[in-house]
Design a protein around this ligand. Structure first.
Ligand SMILES: [Zn+2]
Length: 270
């Protein structure tokens, strides 16, 4: 099927869906100039992932914050790209009920998406490890730049970026919401992610089969009215491509998502 035909079919599916949701990953942000973690140009080629574990942070928060400034401090100048705007528009059209993202850059919200589940937290805030207060990251980075290393809360607690570090669990609320949306949806648009890292990797399976591919003895699958349609938009084929994806649109998300949304608008106008 040509890309045009795929776009047409997927737009039709999105218009007909009762509860369409999206799952996004690093691929939607690379076009904004944000490096991914695992790719060939990824951060883990340059930095040791062991520096980004929770225990490493706790051992030496000052060391973490110096690294943070080196890697992430430029990100506040980064802007959403057509992928983010297309998904925000889809929500505005009433054709996207929830957006689950593995990204921590906050670009979906800056593009206008409202119902966003941030699976791995957000780099746009720092959180006090003692009292839980949240601070805007820009303010915290300014304090670090001025020599406050590590930055601290008014209560004296150390501030940590409000993102999930290695060794840390996915925040309970984000995980529950994401799983509930996956079980509820009848269409899942998986964009810019190979969906290979747990627990995000199980969401397309929850959407399609009502159960995780992990085996939990005695746990019956949730019975779904019908399996969700799985639409994949990604630069390269993934493990979903030949398995559970009903449609795989291969190419830049920043080019394909706007095409889909344009056709959705066309169909909605009838
Ligand atoms: Zn505090």
């Amino acid at each position: 099927m040509s890309l045009e035909e795929l776009v047409e079919r997927v737009a039709g599916e999105i218009v007909r869906a009762r509860w369409p949701v999206a799952l996004t990953g690093a691929g939607v942000s690379t076009e904004s100039g944000i490096p991914d973690f695992r790719g060939p140009q990824g951060l883990w080629r340059k930095y040791d992932p062991n520096e980004f574990t929770y225990s490493s942070f706790m051992e030496d928060p000052a060391r973490y914050w110096r690294r943070h400034m080196e890697i992430f401090a430029g990100l506040s100048g980064v802007k959403p790209n057509p992928s983010h705007y297309a998904l925000a528009r889809l929500e505005e059209l009433g054709r996207l009920k929830c957006l689950i993202t593995q990204n921590v850059d906050g670009l979906h919200q800056r593009a206008g998406s409202r119902n966003v589940v941030e699976f791995h937290g957000s780099l746009s805030q720092a959180k006090c490890l003692r009292c839980g207060s949240l601070y805007p990251m820009e303010e915290v980075e300014a304090r670090v730049r001025a020599g406050e290393i590590p930055p601290k809360c008014g209560c004296g607690g150390i501030l940590k970026p409000n993102v999930v570090f290695f060794e840390e669990p996915i925040p309970f609320e984000a995980l529950s919401r994401a799983q509930a949306e996956a079980l509820r949806c009848d269409l899942m648009l998986v964009a810019g992610t190979s969906a290979s890292v747990y627990p995000a990797a199980e969401l397309p399976y929850l959407a399609k089969f009502g159960r995780s591919p992990l085996y939990f003895p005695g746990l019956e699958p949730v019975v779904k009215d019908r399996p969700a349609v799985i639409v994949e938009v990604n630069l390269n084929p993934t493990q979903l491509t030949d398995t559970i994806a009903d449609y795989s649109l291969l190419g830049k998300t920043g080019e394909i998502l706007p095409k889909i949304v344009e056709r959705v608008e066309g169909l909605l106008k009838g």
